[in-house]
Design a protein around this ligand. Sequence first.
Ligand code: NAD
Ligand code: DAU
Length: 332
Amino acid sequence: MATLLVTGGAGFIGSNFVHHVIDHTDHQVVVLDKLTYAGNLASLDGLPADRFRFVQGDIADAGVVDELVGGVDAVVHYAAESHNDNSLHDPRPFLDTNIIGTYTLLEAVRRHEKRFHHISTDEVYGDLELDDPARFTEHTPYNPSSPYSSTKAGSDLLVRAWVRSFGVQATISNCSNNYGPYQHVEKFIPRQITNVIRGIRPKLYGAGENVRDWIHADDHSSAVLTILDRGVIGETYLIGADGEKNNKDVVELILSLMGQPADAYDHVTDRAGHDLRYAIDSTKLRTDLGWAPQYSDFEAGLAATIDWYRANEAWWAPTKDGVEAFYASKGQ
Ligand code: NAD
Ligand code: DAU
């Protein structure tokens, strides 16, 4: 049994991880989360008070971070500004949280000699051509496109430097696009599901040919636990579940699963610098650490996610109008 400090545990993937840890281990969890627009305490409802504690605070606040890190066995670092479209509008918070926040955590784990796992993204590798059979591996050169992905790339490089220069006991994982419950309605899949529920036509950027490699958030959680248990210090692991789909196919699947005509969506202004395709080769994680995803049927996982948004309108409704007003101001 260990005590984990989970940063960003009130966000989408962090909250899924906290539920997974409580359900599948005997670890204690402390969440540190600033509760930005993307954090929601309701995502942590129902957790047992004797195994879970929530602290509201900023990962760039060295005092708060140092005290919390001193009292745990390991830090699992999810907190980030995570949305590409926001980073194109206002990059500054991405630098403060993704770079300075990660630096602040690294200094604390260095001082207290604690295990650190850094959650990152496949976007650090840039994008692939649509007709390129290649997939990202741990050896793909970094080539990020957006303010978001460049700050995540910067944070990964800080972790590598702290391992090599100061002997920090850290691992890194770079995962592909997650879907599942508790995802903010600014993101692609929840935006389109909640649009259909509200009677708004889904919005597809450009032609919709861009490909994302979808993985269920619960599979991401099991992969992170596997790396925490058996990962080799200093190593990077790519996490993916062979879930490549183009955006047009995903929108059409959402519409048909929700009983609408498959063509009942609008094409809107494309994202600036829009990455074409992401694809993960997760052979190292599967071969070296024995991990495998459980959600192999994307259509079934998507249907369950649609059911979750239908059943949890109180969770997402307070943010929906503001998100749609922001997108409308950009022609999206
Ligand atoms: P999210 O935006 O849903 O959640 C981020 C959480 O971090 C929120 O609860 C927010 O309040 C908190 N936070 C933000 N700034 C903070 C700060 N300064 N101090 C403390 N807390 C702060 O993000 P997500 O989609 O759950 O992503 C989590 C992590 O996973 C990120 O590091 C992201 O880069 C990575 N990732 C995401 C995906 C994906 O598909 N969403 C895929 C691969 C990797
Ligand atoms: O690859 C991992 C990354 O996946 C994570 O690092 C990011 O934190 C996460 O947000 C996600 O980034 P994307 O930019 O791929 O996700 P997003 O949900 O914003 O968009 C997915 C695709 O859908 C992308 O090609 C843009 C497109 N899109 C998005 C929205 C919001 C649309 O066509 N319409 C939309 O309304």
